[in-house]
Design a protein around this ligand. Sequence first.
Ligand SMILES: Nc1ncnc2c1ncn2[C@@H]1O[C@H](COP(=O)(O)OP(=O)(O)OP(=O)(O)O)[C@@H](O)[C@H]1O
Ligand SMILES: [Mg+2]
Length: 231
Amino acid sequence: MLHIDGVEAGYGTGKVLLGVNLEAPSGQVTAVIGRNGVGKTTTLKAILGILPLAAGKVSLDNMDLSHKQVHEIVRSGIGYVPEGRQIFPTLTVLENLRVGQRRPPRIWTEDRLLELFPNLRERASNLGRALSGGEQQMLAIARALVTDVKVLMLDEPTQGLAPKVVDQIGDVIRRLKAEGVAVLLVEQNLNLTENVADRVLVMSKGKIVETVGIESFRSNGEEIRHRWLTI
Ligand SMILES: Nc1ncnc2c1ncn2[C@@H]1O[C@H](COP(=O)(O)OP(=O)(O)OP(=O)(O)O)[C@@H](O)[C@H]1O
Ligand SMILES: [Mg+2]
């Protein structure tokens, strides 16, 4: 379980996160929604150690990760798929996967990854740049898994993808959840959120302001959308 407690962080002297509290339990999908610029991506960067914490604590299964280096945080089992799926365009699919490995994965071996992403198996020797947007996103997720992640953080994974591909990403997220991964999903696509999330956290102005169970989100989605997402 990932625990974030009172986290404050920002860029230079400007604080963006003003005390973020959240939990992402194993085997669950925790979604974070909120208007543009409220600090969703910044939260993921603070968890990963890309941004230093000005206050607060990040811990994974009672291991304190606050103020650790990014590589230590990644090694402890936190995977990150940034917005815009940054894969290596001039490496093949298999090479992209191998670049991310520090040691042979125990949980997400190449075989299991290619079973989870059959499209990637078909395209194993294609260059990254030859893949469709959806395939690139699948590859970005697969690459994050090779470090045997306990927590997978996804930043708007369905942005710009066709509805059919969004469904495939949804299937992958459900499968990871069934494997016991704690998924922390930042997503603007509320249909996908409704389909995969267990809990929805609403972020506003650098804080989590509401935690909504999925049943309640399904029945009150319109009201939540109106209150927290419309401009
Ligand atoms: N590299 C940066 N340097 C300075 N300010 C930044 C930087 N990145 C983001 N910000 C600012 O921090 C605030 C939060 O940005 P963040 O990217 O976390 O928002 P977000 O909730 O992910 O928004 P979106 O839905 O648009 O992705 C914004 O005001 C943004 O302008
Ligand atoms: Mg963002």
